[in-house]
Ligand binder design. Structure first.
Ligand SMILES: Nc1ncnc2c1ncn2[C@@H]1O[C@H](COP(=O)(O)OP(=O)(O)OP(=O)(O)O)[C@@H](O)[C@H]1O
Ligand SMILES: [Mg+2]
Length: 410
């Protein structure tokens, strides 16, 4: 009998997960608030329901179930909705992350408290309630800090406050900017940890972690978009020594376990500071940005989405399936045109024709407005490619990016 999988979200970056499940012979029921969500073009059934409000998603899916629908699993991909996954799973008696894990994974403060308890290395952090507290912390700690909303995503409201520069924003502006991005108005500060930043992505199966996904992140535009922290893609395999990579992977697995993930996916934001790995954040869901759907399989041969889908259906993937088969070069870069109204887009064909390029996605159109880059969803497009080595992949992708001309006017 065909299995039925509920996919929470049907946006553009969820399409690969939906398509993989369909390929695996699974009946996919996707839920999204947007009736025009691109994922709906690929699913067996569409249920209109809010992705980020668990009760609303449960209500919409109960209505679907009342008409005879019966799910075997639930998951989300590229949307940060583990709490919705947990609620839907609980409602239908499916295997997924618990509500407690989902709550820890979507609240940066609760997560850090848990990591602290578990002895997981993390930056110094504290919740703050007004801008004066930020001012006092700056005066006391005399170091570069990060201020962020406790419960947002996509780098919204995340600011790097460099110590000892006159260009840093005022504590009042920074606090208000972070607070307005938090649905609950909560804000925290952390020490900014210098050092190579890494994305990890893996699985926990029967409380044992596997971390096949490992990418260096590219923050070349830290100054250009300051005080916002905007990532410009990444590349893999990592330039870090194998020993360091293994230490980061190990910590990533420990952090996933500390959050209570027993069977499921885990995605880490990690940093290697003075040679020691630290956790910035761990999500109990699949990545967006095509990391798990494209970059990891191109780099390792691991069918990452297929494994995540099996886990969501309560099946047990083998260790072999989760083990990298090779280590090819992969690179990803985003498009950052000058903010303004788009008057022309050229060079897409030429970019696609560049050696090793596998994807060029333009996320804007003539007549649309490019906002200033204050969060990740503002990025205007993405280019990805593969090569024998990481260095060659980066060169190819940067060449392709250079061929795309998005002209804007103010
Ligand atoms: N304390 C820190 N030290 C160093 N870098 C940090 C720190 N906090 C955040 N960053 C950088 O800023 C990025 C965004 O912060 P964070 O992950 O907390 O916010 P987010 O909204 O979840 O963003 P994203 O969706 O990109 O993960 C991190 O992935 C990391 O690169
Ligand atoms: Mg993050």
């Amino acid at each position: 009998m065909k299995k039925t999988l509920i996919m929470i979200g049907a946006g553009l970056e969820t399409v690969p997960a939906i398509r993989r499940a369909v390929e695996m012979g699974i009946h996919v029921v996707a839920t999204d608030l947007n009736p025009q969500a691109p994922g709906f073009d690929h699913t067996g059934e569409a249920v209109i329901g809010c992705v980020y409000t668990p009760e609303k998603a449960v209500a919409a899916l109960s209505e679907w179930a009342a008409k005879g629908g019966r799910p075997d699993g639930v998951m989300c991909a590229a949307v940060d909705a583990p709490h919705t996954v947990a609620a839907v799973a609980e409602h239908f008696g499916l295997k997924a992350v618990s509500r407690e894990t989902a709550a820890l994974a979507t609240d940066k403060l609760a997560m850090k408290d848990r990591f602290k308890e578990a002895g997981i290395p993390i930056p110094w952090y504290r919740e703050i309630f007004n801008w004066q507290e930020l001012r006092d912390i700056q005066a006391e700690r005399l170091e570069t800090l990060v201020i962020k909303p406790v419960d947002s995503r996509g780098a919204r409201g995340v600011l790097r406050l460099v110590h000892g520069t006159t260009e840093a924003p005022s504590p009042e502006w920074a606090f208000n900017h972070a607070a307005k991005e938090s649905p609950t108005g909560r804000v925290m500060v952390e020490s900014y940890l210098e050092g190579p930043q890494i994305s990890t992505e893996g699985f926990v199966v029967g409380s044992k972690p596997y971390t096949p996904g490992f990418s260096d992140r590219n923050y070349e535009f830290l100054e250009r978009f300051a005080p916002h922290i905007i990532e410009n893609g990444g590349q893999l395999p990592s330039f870090l020594p194998e020993e360091t990579c293994n230490a980061v992977k190990k910590l990533s697995g420990q952090a996933a376990i500390a959050l209570g993930i027993e069977n499921g996916v885990a995605k880490g934001d990690m940093v290697v500071h003075n040679g020691t790995p630290y956790v910035i954040e761990m999500a109990a869901r699949l990545s967006g940005g095509y990391f798990c759907s494209h970059e990891i399989p191109w780099n390792t041969g691991v069918d990452f989405l297929g494994i995540a889908i099996k886990l969501a259906l309560g099946e047990t993937p083998t260790a072999e399936e989760m083990t990298p088969k090779f280590n090819r070069g992969v690179a990803q870069r985003y498009l950052f045109p000058e903010p303004g109204r788009v008057v022309s887009i050229d060079g897409v064909e030429e970019a696609l024709g560049t050696d090793g390029i596998r994807m060029v996605e333009i996320r804007t159109g003539v007549g649309e407005t490019i906002p200033s880059f204050t969060c990740h969803p503002a990025r205007a497009g993405v280019v990805m490619g593969v090569a024998e080595t990481m260095e060659q992949a980066v060169e190819n992708v940067e060449k392709a990016v250079g061929r795309i001309k998005i002209v804007t006017e103010r």
